[in-house]
Design a protein around this ligand. Structure first.
Ligand code: AVJ
Length: 337
């Protein structure tokens, strides 16, 4: 059995022909808003996925090494409850799967019977992932899905009849604001069965300079990662953004608890986007909001779990307590929300 993947299209999800926003529509809406914004979900084209890979290797980007340590050293605490019946291992935002492979190896060693279902928005990342899974774990039953998180949820509705373990690692949830993370998790809860588990990676609130450095890295990789979004608009939508005329800025909002990323226009300028058939005017120092990276207190995590129908079973910390992988159980006995 070899691993495969498929790309979810509008037709798979909306046979009736309902339309969801595509890239150009989202860019039109985002750049017409005040303040202007573009979604970080569009970061991950081929070059973007490659740049994120580089970010994960930066010394300043502590998130990856902390979670890698947690998974390597505490994997038994995750596999403990999975013995017995066959299950789905569903993963949102797999990326290169480096951390997941530690778990997969452990599960296979224990002879667990499971299907691995990685869901990722980047086709480029999924292609590479499937290839390397086939090579490293030829016996693994894998079915990859290229879709954004909410669309992935819709797909799972027909798959989740087995027992499920859901991975949402890397602080990927941090891209969602409070309303969206609640909506996502409660939707997930709805699809899952009582007693299913979810492992969510949260980056904890900590020393502000440490958090800021993870996004304002000394090599400027994160800046490139953000600017690549303008490059993608140029390539895919026929835009004429001059990347030299924008700078990256990331700051921490202590009150909302998010690192907020921006691309700031360095001068008054007009940018034409062919596929939209329209120009957009930027004032000097006008920002485009590009990304939220939320950070959490333990109490934020408790509140989020409680409100969305889960109870927290275990909190797995790294040795510096910078990061936590939180193991949640679906609770359908009590009433929720
Ligand atoms: C993949 C969403 C967890 O927000 O920290 C890294 C993406 N952005 N550097 C994050 C990212 C800038 C990352 N997540």
């Amino acid at each position: 059995m070899s691993a495969t993947y498929h790309i979810l299209t509008q037709k798979d999800l909306h046979p009736a022909g309902q339309q969801e926003h595509d890239f150009s529509t989202d860019v039109l809406i985002g750049l017409s808003q005040m303040p202007k914004q573009l979604s970080s979900k569009y970061f991950y084209d081929e070059r973007g996925s490659q740049l994120f890979q580089e970010i994960m290797e930066l010394p300043e980007y502590y998130l990856t090494s902390c979670e890698f340590e947690i998974i390597s050293e505490q994997k038994e605490k995750i596999s403990q409850d999975m013995a017995g019946e066959p299950f789905n291992l569903i993963e949102f935002g797999t990326g290169d799967g480096r951390k997941t492979k530690i778990l997969l190896k452990n599960f296979l060693k224990k002879g667990f019977e499971f299907y691995y279902i990685p869901i990722d928005i980047s086709e480029a990342a999924m292609k590479t992932l499937i290839k390397s899974m086939n090579k490293e774990f030829p016996e693994l039953k894998t079915e990859g899905i290229v879709a954004e998180y909410f669309n992935g949820l819709k797909w799972l509705k027909n798959t989740a009849f087995r027992k499920n373990l859901v991975l949402f690692l890397g602080s990927n949830l941090g891209n969602f604001d409070k309303a969206h993370s609640r909506a996502f998790l409660h939707n997930l809860w709805n699809i899952l069965n009582n007693g299913d588990s979810v492992v969510i990676g949260f980056d904890l609130k900590k020393d502000i300079d440490l958090m800021l450095k993870a996004y304002n890295d000394s090599q400027g990789v994160t800046a490139e990662f953000n600017l690549n979004l303008l490059r993608r608009i140029n390539r895919e939508l026929g835009g004429n953004f001059d990347l030299e005329k924008f700078r990256f800025y990331a700051g921490y909002d202590v009150f909302t608890g998010a690192i907020e990323s921006y691309l700031v226009s360095l001068e008054q300028q007009e940018v034409f986007i062919e596929k939209i058939g329209q120009s957009f005017v930027f004032n000097s120092w006008e920002p485009i909001h590009t990304e939220y990276s939320y950070k959490y207190l333990e109490s934020d995590i408790e509140e989020l779990a409680g409100r969305t129908g889960f109870f927290i079973k275990k909190q797995l910390y790294d040795s510096k307590s910078y990061f936590v992988d939180s193991v949640w159980i679906v609770n359908k006995q009590d009433r929720h929300v």
